[in-house]
Design a binder for this molecule. Structure first.
Ligand code: B12
Length: 432
């Protein structure tokens, strides 16, 4: 084995072509941390690969450690690759991390040696340094003191042991190196955006965590404590993204508009520094006002994705949303009046809602001046309150998501009818 770490992002575009493709940011965070320890690091971003070529590349590198970044829809690919790697590289340590392993670590032990939960970039790199300085895999794993590595979860002869994941304070986050995006095929990503007639975009995270408690939302990595990054560092990262040729930022924060003071500061500094790049973000519907939205527009905000969710206040209550239908209508209005496009996410077929409330959602979706519309049935994400109510998936179950209109659990709603109505609504939306 070579003293090197290979990071793998097991998303294969050919399996599930989505319109939005971003270089995987979690991998960029891990890579920069590993480089801080002068560790020899390689990245296999599978986005434009096939499983066979990806496995071939990883095996030829003979890494001592492989770290795979996994979210709910990447589970099957991660298991497929890991099974092949286990067979070809029995002495390599296989580590799973990211959103799904963070909430469901025991699912991974069949193919991985250990799991890191939560914000583990800092701790994983320390783990890699320590392991690369040791000589024997079995001996090292047997001697691990889990308190040395917060967030680690490991299957030992005495059973599964873990130490709780950490959420770093802002002052620690501000000392971390900027994510290293140098490993990704930016030309292919940008070609993808051009081919789909969209502005080339890269993702960035400015704030972390969300204190809201929506029933369907899982906060597997960042948790509930809202933290903000130092804006000097944020703008250096934005400079990197511009240097790689991207023309729009996709701000991936759970809710970038939560702290209006910080949001305005971001806009003002972006303007005063003359940083010329468009951006989009996600937002809740309540709380954004005209003054802030006008400033967002001036600072290059092109589109805001709103969690509108339902056309019925009763259903919004079932979803644990601390907002009303009117908040959503007002938010779309204030954005569009400022010249910012509004995109709407809706969920239909929520447990406990009625056909009447579902129809209200379809009507609302068609009545608003939205630029983009997404309507899904509930997806019970592991770690969400909804998940514990409706789902008891066992660990052999596959987590790959087949379709936005198919239930992955037994629902009281008629799936065929919902599918038909979603299709009709999306068709009417397109025709408009
Ligand atoms: C950008 C994004 C996308 C992008 C694609 C991902 C990409 N290439 O960038 C798009 C828009 C396509 C997308 C789609 C979907 N997404 Co998405 N997405 C996100 C989002 C907003 C940001 C991801 C990100 O870059 N985060 C920043 C990086 C730094 O965080 P990170 O990857 O988690 O990495 C950190 C740790 O996890 C850890 N880590 C990560 N990998 C590894 C690996 C190892 C070895 C170790 C040790 C540590 C480690 O270190 C990092 C730093 O601490 C997150 C929410 C969020 N705020 O994170 C949702 C999120 C990941 N998505 C989610 C979901 C459900 C989806 C969809 C299934 C939605 C749907 N219904 O269609 C689809 C699936 C698409 C597909 N085909 O796979 C869920 C996943 C839930 C889960 N439990 O797995 C999340 C958490 C949002 C949510 N709360 O619902 N998504």
């Amino acid at each position: 084995m070579e003293k090197r770490v290979v990071l793998v992002y097991p998303y294969f575009r050919y399996k599930d072509p989505v319109s939005k493709l971003f270089p995987p940011l979690g991998i960029a965070y891990l890579a920069s941390q590993l480089k801080e320890y002068s560790i020899d690091v390689y990245v296999i971003d599978c986005t434009f690969e096939t499983i066979d070529t990806a496995v071939e590349k990883i095996v030829s590198l003979k890494p001592a450690i492989i770290g795979m970044s996994i979210m709910v829809s990447l589970s099957r690919s991660s298991f497929d690759i890991a099974a092949q790697l286990q067979a070809s590289l029995p002495d390599t340590i296989l580590v799973a991390g990211g959103a799904l392993p963070s909430v469901y670590p025991d699912h991974y032990f069949r193919h991985f040696d250990l799991v890191f939960q939560g914000e583990s970039d800092l701790i994983f790199s320390r783990f890699c340094r320590d392991y690369l300085n040791s000589s024997d895999k079995i001996d090292f794993l047997n001697r691990i003191d889990i308190h040395d590595y917060p967030g680690i979860c490991i299957n030992t002869s005495k059973g599964i042991i873990s130490s709780p994941a950490v959420h770093h304070d802002s002052n620690i986050l501000d000392t971390l190196p900027r994510p290293d995006r140098s490993f990704f095929p930016h030309d292919l990503y940008q070609l993808h955006w051009h081919n789909s007639h969209q502005t080339p975009q890269a993702s960035i995270m400015v704030t972390r965590g969300c204190p809201l408690t929506c029933d369907f939302c899982s906060k597997p990595v960042w948790g509930s404590v809202y933290r903000k990054l130092d804006l000097d560092n944020v703008f250096l990262e934005i400079d990197d993204i511009i240097d790689y040729g991207y023309e729009r930022l996709w701000i991936a924060d759970d809710s970038f508009t939560l702290d209006l003071y910080y949001l305005r500061e971001f806009c003002q500094q972006k303007l005063s520094r003359g940083i010329n790049i468009e951006w989009t973000c996600l937002s809740r519907t309540r709380g954004i006002d005209k003054e802030t939205v006008d400033l967002m527009k001036e600072a290059g905000c092109e589109k805001v994705y709103l969690g509108l969710e339902s056309g019925s206040d009763e259903t919004l209550r079932l979803m644990g949303k601390k907002s009303t239908v009117q908040d959503g209508i007002d938010a779309v209005k204030v954005l569009t009046q400022a010249g910012i496009s509004a995109a709407g996410f809706f969920i239909v077929g929520y447990p406990g809602e009625t056909v009447g409330s579902i129809e209200k959602t379809f009507s609302l979706a068609l009545s608003l001046p939205l630029e983009e519309l997404s309507i899904n049935v509930p997806l019970p994400l592991p770690g969400s309150a909804l998940y514990s109510k409706v789902c008891h998936l066992n660990s052999d179950e596959d987590w790959e998501i087949a379709s936005a209109a198919s239930f992955v659990y037994k629902s009281e709603h008629n799936q065929d009818w919902l599918k038909k109505r979603i299709k009709e609504t999306l068709a009417s939306f397109k025709e408009r």
